[in-house]
Ligand binder design. Structure first.
Ligand SMILES: [Fe+2]
Ligand SMILES: [Fe+2]
Length: 161
């Protein structure tokens, strides 16, 4: 059974992010399927983790290129998610406890739509505002040199400014 279905409400109209999010949804569903069997889910979970590390690193490269501070609300949420996922691996390997993994699959299925709608959408909007092309690294309308680095996620909903 799928824990999340790819649908139009998840589309942000940024091709690399959309493709990455669709892959994430697929991997999450694969993981849920493996968890419903007696097979070892850890290899699939490690795939989801590796994919998520690259997914977040891509978005953070774009943030860095478009004027976000290294410490910003969006990156902090990424770091929190990766910490939880690494804890899941530790529980599965050191304690032979798969319960955290079962919980996290459901939580990630709820997390992605919210994160995409709020933080990733704000990043895509910001990239559009400055005219950033990830393929070339060119910025058509660079922020003014004296502009402060962005530390909120551009949506004011995370306590940023
Ligand atoms: Fe994302
Ligand atoms: Fe993100």
């Amino acid at each position: 059974m799928n824990v999340l279905t790819w649908n139009d409400s998840l589309v942000l109209n940024q091709p690399q992010i959309d493709q990455t999010h669709e892959e994430f949804v697929d991997l999450l569903n694969q993981l849920a399927q493996v968890l419903a069997t007696d097979a070892d889910p850890l290899p699939t979970f490690r795939e989801v983790l590796a994919h998520t590390e690259e997914h977040f690193a891509m978005e953070e490269r774009w943030m860095a290129a478009t004027g976000f501070a290294p410490e910003n609300c969006h990156s902090s949420q990424h770091a929190m998610v990766l910490n939880v996922m690494r804890e899941v691996v530790r529980h599965a390997t050191e304690l032979r406890d798969l319960e955290p993994m079962r919980i996290v699959v459901g939580e990630l299925a709820k997390w992605l739509p919210q994160h995409a709608e709020m933080m990733d959408a704000a990043l895509v909007y910001h990239m559009g505002q400055v005219g950033y092309d990830p393929a070339t690294g060119q910025i058509a309308r660079p922020p003014a040199a004296e502009a402060a680095p962005i530390s909120s996620c551009g949506s004011g909903s995370c306590g940023g400014d």
